[in-house]
Structures are given as structure tokens and as C-alpha cells.
Design a protein around this ligand. Structure first.
Ligand SMILES: *Cc1c(COP(=O)(O)O)cnc(C)c1O
Length: 396
């Protein structure tokens, strides 16, 4: 099937909730993917930070395939090996107390919200259920997580939303302090706001948020769905800020391409949820977890050092490009502000020239596979520079 046929069928049968780019991806290998017509693209998107080891990584494919031939699924009513191994790898490296697995980022945040509310209920009784998130944040698409998302655009059409959410200004500790009431049970943040435009929070602010949470016994939920699992050059972004969250949510890059979400619980709150409180049919699926185990094993300290190095290279190369005004983000999560050009237009031009990139608000957003080769990285950056150059400036 060629690209035109594929697009027409998609538009005829798939619900139109996505503004798709004009590209059909048929296959890929490493950081490179191909259209049905054989056109080659360097991929700086990783399927929005999901394919952390690139397309069809040999070790990952082997781990998943072997597991598929052994046991593809059972239910959470029984013990299986891969989810336990994955939890062990996550917990031993982070010194959290327990892990819970689900299937997506939004679900991970839903679970963390429930855990925070139950923790508070057990300790303080009913009514202490409010959660403060940050303006411009993104936490998912379920009813509770779009409510947690601090963007007006998301708070339309689907009323009534979930009660008990408020939004503080990122970087403004006084504003957050004012939003805290005697009903507040948690604060939820992304340390680098991804969908919100690749905005890294200020370290002083993050530390102050953490201190405030400790002072008032408010749980700090850090949404590491986009920033986690090596993306920023550390296993988790919170390590850059010198804080320890109570709950960490993960998803995207953990599975290396298969759907998974997870919550890490610190010792203080790992006893809140008990049998009957929470669960999901597919959570901890053996094949998905076998892939995630491979991802976790590959992301060792040496690998993380390379992610940091590649991130630094991206930043310095992009800063040199004419027409670029600012480079934001951490590690290989990179945002690019343009002086006088539209990010969407540059990304469209880049696609024509053979580079897959993303946007986030007014910025170009780049999330290459973490194991991209230096050669592919440099080639992709070359295409980006060319795309910026070839894109017309916005008039007025
Ligand atoms: C993608 C994302 C989510 C939602 O994850 P889904 O798997 O799409 O539900 C939540 N929070 C952050 C920070 C994300 O980047």
C-alpha cells in the first residue's frame, strides 16, 4: 500500500482527533525510518520520547520476542517474572519503596492522584483532597488528568471536571503558597514541561516546592512521563534538582515502544493503596515488561553520560544556527525558540528535507532516540539548520 492509499484509508476510518503530519512511516531501524516509497528520515521525535532505543533495537526485539514465545499475558491475579524484574531494577536504582505498573502516562497520573488522596484520607480523614498543579502543565487526557493539566484550552466541552484541582504559576513559590489550603493533599509537577513548550523549572523554585510539601505533609508528585528513563541525562530529572519526590510517574520511554506506565512510591506513601483500591488488566504485561527490562539494563551510568554529552552537543550546535534565539530543556529533551519563524513551518520544512521533529507550543521540540549515533545526530542537526534557513520569516 502506498502513502496516498494509506492516508485515504486512515482518514476514512480513523476518528479525526489527531492533526497528523504528512508522512506514513512504514519501518525503521535505529534513528532512521522510511516511508512506503522508501524515503529516508532521521527521527528526532522517537514517537514522542517513546522509542528510547530507536526503531527495532536488536536487544529489545529479542527480549520482547522471547517473552512473547514464552508467556504473553496472564492476569494480575498471578505472579509473573518480568514485572518483578522491572520493579526490582527501578526500585534498586532509585531507592523508592514500591512500583505499580499500568499502560499509559495518564493512567500513571490517575493512580498517583488516587494514592495521594488515600494517603491523606488515612492520615487526616475525608475532605483533604485538593491537588495543586502548575500553569501550562500537561498531565494526560483522562478526566482527572485533563483537570490536572494547567491549560485553559483543555478545560472545555467535557464538564463537569474533577473537583479539587488548582493551578499555581510555575516559578512563583509565593503563588503556590497562596494556593495551599488545609485541604491540599498533593502538588503535581513536571520538572521540564514538555507539551507546555520544553520549559525547565527553576531549581530554587523546585527546592522550595519540595520544602513546602515537607512542611505541610503534602505529597510531591513528579510527573516524569516525558523526562524520565534517561531522557535528561539522568535516570530521572528530579536528580538534577536535588530533591526526592514522594511519588514519581513514568511512561513514554520506559517501554521502548510498547505501552506502559508506572508509579514509584516512596516508603511514606507506599502503604496507602491496598487490594481492591487500584488495578488494571494489562498492567505489568510480561512482554511489555520484558522490553522495559531491556531498556532499564541498557541505560546504565555510561549510557547516561552519553545522553548528557549528546544533549550538550545538540544545544551548542543549535545555538550556533542562524535564526535561533534560545535553546531550552535538559539533556536530550530540547526546545528551540526561533527569532522570526514559525516552529510548525520549520518542522514541516524539516520533514520535506528528511528530518522528523516535533513542536511544543511556540518551540521546536526534539526528542531523538537516546542511543542515536553521533553521525545520525549531526546529520539531523544539519537538516534542522537547513530547514530553519529555508523557512520564510513571519511577516510583521
Ligand atoms: C505524554 C505525557 C502524559 C500522558 O501520557 P499518555 O501515555 O499519553 O497518557 C502525561 N504527562 C506528561 C508529562 C507527558 O509528557
Amino acid at each position: 500500500m502506498n502513502s496516498t492509499e494509506m492516508k485515504e484509508r486512515d482518514q476514512k476510518y480513523i476518528l479525526g482527533t489527531y492533526a497528523r503530519n504528512d508522512l506514513c512511516i512504514e519501518k525503521g531501524s535505529g534513528a532512521v525510518c522510511y516511508s512506503p516509497e522508501g524515503k529516508r528520515y532521521i527521527d528526532f521525535s522517537s514517537g514522542i520520547g517513546v522509542n528510547s532505543l530507536g526503531y527495532s533495537d536488536e536487544g529489545w526485539v529479542k527480549a520482547v520476542s522471547l517473552q512473547l514465545q514464552t508467556l504473553q499475558h496472564t492476569s494480575n491475579l498471578f505472579y509473573t517474572g518480568p514485572c518483578g524484574e522491572l520493579a526490582e531494577l527501578l526500585i534498586e536504582r532509585t531507592r523508592f519503596d514500591k512500583a505499580f505498573f499500568c499502560n499509559s502516562g495518564a493512567e500513571a497520573n490517575e493512580g498517583a492522584i488516587k494514592a495521594a488522596r488515600k494517603y491523606s484520607f488515612l492520615k487526616y480523614g475525608a475532605g483533604r483532597y485538593e491537588i495543586i498543579s502548575l500553569q501550562n502543565s500537561f498531565h494526560g487526557r483522562t478526566l482527572a488528568t485533563i483537570t490536572a493539566t494547567g491549560q485553559e484550552d483543555y478545560h472545555k466541552y467535557f464538564d463537569p471536571f474533577v473537583e479539587g484541582f488548582s493551578y499555581a504559576k510555575a516559578g512563583d513559590i509565593e503563588d503556590l503558597r497562596e494556593k495551599v489550603t488545609d485541604k491540599t493533599c498533593a502538588v503535581m509537577v513536571e520538572l521540564v514541561q514538555g507539551e507546555g513548550g520544553v520549559n525547565t523549572l527553576d531549581t530554587g523554585f523546585v527546592k522550595a516546592v519540595c520544602d513546602l510539601c515537607r512542611e505541610k505533609d503534602i505529597l510531591l508528585i513528579v510527573d516524569e512521563i516525558q523526562t524520565g528513563i534517561g531522557r535528561t541525562g539522568k535516570l530521572f530529572a528530579y536528580e538534577h534538582f536535588g530533591i526526592r519526590p514522594d511519588l514519581v510517574t513514568v511512561a513514554k520511554g520506559l517501554g521502548g515502544g510498547l505501552p506502559i506506565g508506572g508509579i514509584l512510591f516512596s516508603e511514606g506513601c507506599s502503604h496507602a493503596l491496598v487490594p481492591g483500591d487500584h488495578g488494571t488488566t494489562f498492567g505489568g504485561n510480561p512482554a511489555v515488561c520484558a522490553g522495559a527490562v531491556e531498556v532499564m539494563k541498557r541505560i546504565d551510568e555510561e549510557f547516561l553520560g552519553q545522553v548528557a554529552e549528546k544533549g550538550a552537543l545538540m544545544k551548542s550546535e543549535i545555538e550556533k544556527m542562524e535564526g535561533v534565539s534560545e535553546v531550552t530543556g535538559l539533556g536530550m529533551m530540547v526546545g528551540v525558540s526561533l527569532e522570526n519563524k514559525d516552529a510548525k513551518a520549520v518542522v514541516k520544512k524539516a520533514l520535506e528535507l528528511g528530518l522528523v521533529a516535533l513542536t511544543a507550543k511556540e518551540r521546536i521540540r526534539l526528542l531523538p532516540p537516546l542511543n542515536i549515533t553521533y553521525e545520525e545526530l549531526k546529520a539531523g542537526l544539519g537538516i534542522l539548520a537547513e530547514a530553519v534557513k529555508q523557512t520564510d520569516s513571519c511577516t510583521e
